[in-house]
Design a protein around this ligand. Structure first.
Ligand code: TMP
Length: 206
């Protein structure tokens, strides 16, 4: 492998994707790869400020304002962090990326999905993940895992989160090559095996 890789981790709040991301980071580092872990929203200084508004602002946030804040964070993140790291040959593992916007702001909030896909393109300026892992879990299980301390997005309610889940599944059907579905109802160990196998296949192909 002589070029870096960009792998995104997607799924509901409470799907266990962040746990898996950290397990994969350790696994890849043990194999000798240079790995960078990051997230959206809010990986970098400016992004952290945007994240604070998005997840903790307690006044009214208009849907389109929310959308543009996620996109602004992404544009900055791609330009100043993700692209340079891929160019340096690293494996970039990103907790949420473009599919989150389509699932949450599109399918969840009901904004125009096609328009959102175009706005995502503008934000990422020709970057597509080499692989996206979709951790799918029933909405009820996911909500239980999240518990009672919910941020602004987690607190929206069951119906919203069901629409988000369906949105993700639609995206996976549309992009079966890029987006791999993982049953995240299973144990952490089983999910890790599934995740690891998909990533090993990708690395062997490159
Ligand atoms: P997390 O970092 O704990 O996953 O929280 C981020 C929240 O923001 C999560 O509820 C998903 C949501 N989100 C969107 O609604 N749209 C987006 O584009 C992104 C990146 C996240």
């Amino acid at each position: 492998m002589n070029k870096g890789l960009f792998i995104t981790f997607e799924g509901a709040d409470g799907s266990g994707k962040t746990t898996q991301l950290n397990l994969i980071k350790n696994f890849l580092e043990e194999k000798g790869f240079e790995v960078v872990v990051t997230r959206e929203p809010g990986a970098l200084d400016l992004g952290k400020k945007i994240r604070e508004i998005l997840l903790h602002y307690d006044g009214v946030v208009a849907d389109r304002c929310e959308l543009f804040l996620f996109l602004a964070d992404r544009a900055q993140h791609v330009e100043t962090f993700i692209k340079p790291n891929i160019e340096q040959g690293k494996i970039v593992l990103c907790d949420r990326h473009t599919d989150s916007t389509v699932a949450y702001q599109g399918y969840g909030r009901g904004q125009d999905v096609k328009l959102l896909k175009d706005l995502n393109k503008l934000a990422v300026n020709n970057l597509t993940p080499d692989l996206t892992l979709l951790f799918d879990v029933s909405t009820e299980v996911a909500q239980q895992r999240v518990g009672n301390e919910k941020d602004r997005m987690e607190a929206i309610g069951l119906e919203f989160h069901k629409k988000v889940r369906n949105g993700y599944l639609e995206l996976q059907k549309e992009n079966p090559e890029r987006i791999k579905l993982i049953n995240a109802n299973n144990s952490i160990e089983t999910v890790f095996e599934d995740t690891k196998n998909i990533i090993i296949n990708l690395i062997e192909e490159k």
